[in-house]
Design a protein around this ligand. Structure first.
Ligand SMILES: Cc1cn([C@H]2C[C@H](O)[C@@H](COP(=O)(O)OP(=O)(O)O[C@H]3O[C@@H](C)C(=O)[C@@H](O)[C@H]3O)O2)c(=O)[nH]c1=O
Length: 173
């Protein structure tokens, strides 16, 4: 499948979404507050009175080594919220919900310690990321469901050879 062309759309201060159309219906993206001082940094991620907050399933971290792609995944029940405190990733999303107003749309956004932000991904959206920095990236995922060891809500498609109109190749310029 050939790539869909992506154009830049500013979604919040300092966060540029690249999209083949609109922001995917149900996806939310925002800049996150980081407060530095002479001792280090403190970053807010999510709180119980957050308009995005639905319910608590679990929080976990996962990491990715430079150049590695973790994709494509989607969930039938689970909503994900990604935050990247260390390193840099490009997150790609593809809406393959046939009933969606943004069906067929690709979104891509960079998240990392220099562009702190939170991305909310509802069920049914194909998603994944590539570590594009030169150090291991740390991803915190706040999810609405607990991981079911016997029957994970994880549906996977290979990262490169697939029906999704997006490729992970670096774009030099
Ligand atoms: C989530 C989870 C996984 N695991 C296990 C399953 C597996 O053996 C190992 C690694 O899990 P995964 O292969 O799912 O890890 P990973 O590929 O890093 O998973 C993540 O990928 C990105 C792209 C996403 O979108 C996330 O939703 C998440 O699925 O950890 C747990 O034991 N407990 C958990 O809570």
């Amino acid at each position: 499948m050939s790539n869909l062309p992506l154009r830049a759309v500013k979604v919040d201060e300092g966060l540029i979404l690249r999209s083949s159309g609109d922001v995917i219906d149900g996806v939310e993206i925002r800049r996150a507050k980081v407060i530095p001082d002479e001792r280090g940094r403190l970053g807010e991620i999510m709180r119980a009175d957050d308009p995005w907050f639905e319910k608590f399933g679990q929080v976990y971290f996962t990491t990715t080594y430079p150049g590695i792609v973790k994709a494509w995944h989607f969930h039938k029940k689970q909503t994900d919220h990604f935050y990247v405190p260390k390193g840099l990733i490009k997150v790609a999303l593809y809406d393959e919900r046939k009933e969606s107003s943004t069906y067929g749309t690709v979104n891509q956004i960079y998240l990392g310690e220099h562009c702190p932000g939170l991305v909310r991904i509802p069920p049914g959206i194909q998603h994944g990321w590539m570590c594009v920095g030169n150090e291991e990236a740390y991803i915190i995922n706040i999810v609405s469901e607990m991981y079911d060891y016997n029957s994970p809500d994880e549906y996977r498609t290979g990262p490169h050879d697939n029906h999704i109109p997006y490729d992970w190749e670096r774009k030099d310029g």
